[in-house]
Design a protein around this ligand. Sequence first.
Ligand SMILES: Cc1cc2nc3c(=O)[nH]c(=O)nc-3n(C[C@H](O)[C@H](O)[C@H](O)COP(=O)(O)OP(=O)(O)OC[C@H]3O[C@@H](n4cnc5c(N)ncnc54)[C@H](O)[C@@H]3O)c2cc1C
Length: 235
Amino acid sequence: MNQKRANAVLGGGCWLRLGRRRLDTVIDLSGLGLEEIREETGAVVIGAMATLRQLEQDERLQAAFGCYFQDCTAHIVGVQFRNCATVGGSVRARFGFSDLVTALLPLGCTVLLYRGGEMPLEEYLTMGYDRDLLLGVRVPLDGIASAAYESARNSETDLPVLTCAAARRPEGFFLAVGARPGRAMLLKGREETALIEKAAALPFGSNLRAGADYRRHLARVLARRALKRLKEAEA
Ligand SMILES: Cc1cc2nc3c(=O)[nH]c(=O)nc-3n(C[C@H](O)[C@H](O)[C@H](O)COP(=O)(O)OP(=O)(O)OC[C@H]3O[C@@H](n4cnc5c(N)ncnc54)[C@H](O)[C@@H]3O)c2cc1C
């Protein structure tokens, strides 16, 4: 059904309803068990129909990552909204401003696609839109020493001006910067100061929320804060 251009999969419907597209059929994925967040060996698998609110409240994610998933969801509109918006809709849409996509990137997550199988989120972000179904996201638990999330907004629940997420893994520091306003990009390095400079050297653009220069300035500030919080979390 999803191969027809006039049809669309329905996540929470929060974004879909804002569009002007006329849809013949919306495809409801509820009833497939995709709303579950379940633990597998060395990973947590978040089903595509899990809501942002479930993510915020999940005890396994809190035990593994502390307040990380609360920090990246808390400013998204409000609780009623987060009870509707889904992880699948958010990841599939790959919005540049997505708090969730930025937060998932440095953790080394993979996406689970019905046809495409499992692929790194980083690779999925480079792809164009297709008609595949997103079934979920696998979040690895092993080897992530700490993670911290930061965002800047002009007002509390507005879309972010810049998002930044950091994680320390055995290979070094991983830093994602989103809302540039383009899609989030992932940086890797072993040395914090060099990584902060790399963040400031990313391509930034302007939109109604902020100019490119201000975003570049914020990238340094948020990257430094997030990397500092990693140390605090590990201490
Ligand atoms: C007013 C408003 C403010 C927002 N503010 C923020 C913010 O500050 N930060 C932030 O990160 N996000 C924000 N968002 C985005 C929001 O968090 C969700 O990402 C967005 O609503 C999409 O999730 P959904 O479940 O509503 O998806 P839907 O609107 O249902 O779907 C979005 C798209 O994904 C497709 N789709 C959905 N599920 C699947 C699936 N499983 N497989 C394949 N395709 C699928 C749909 O067909 C559609 O094209 C905001 C959204 C709105 C409307």
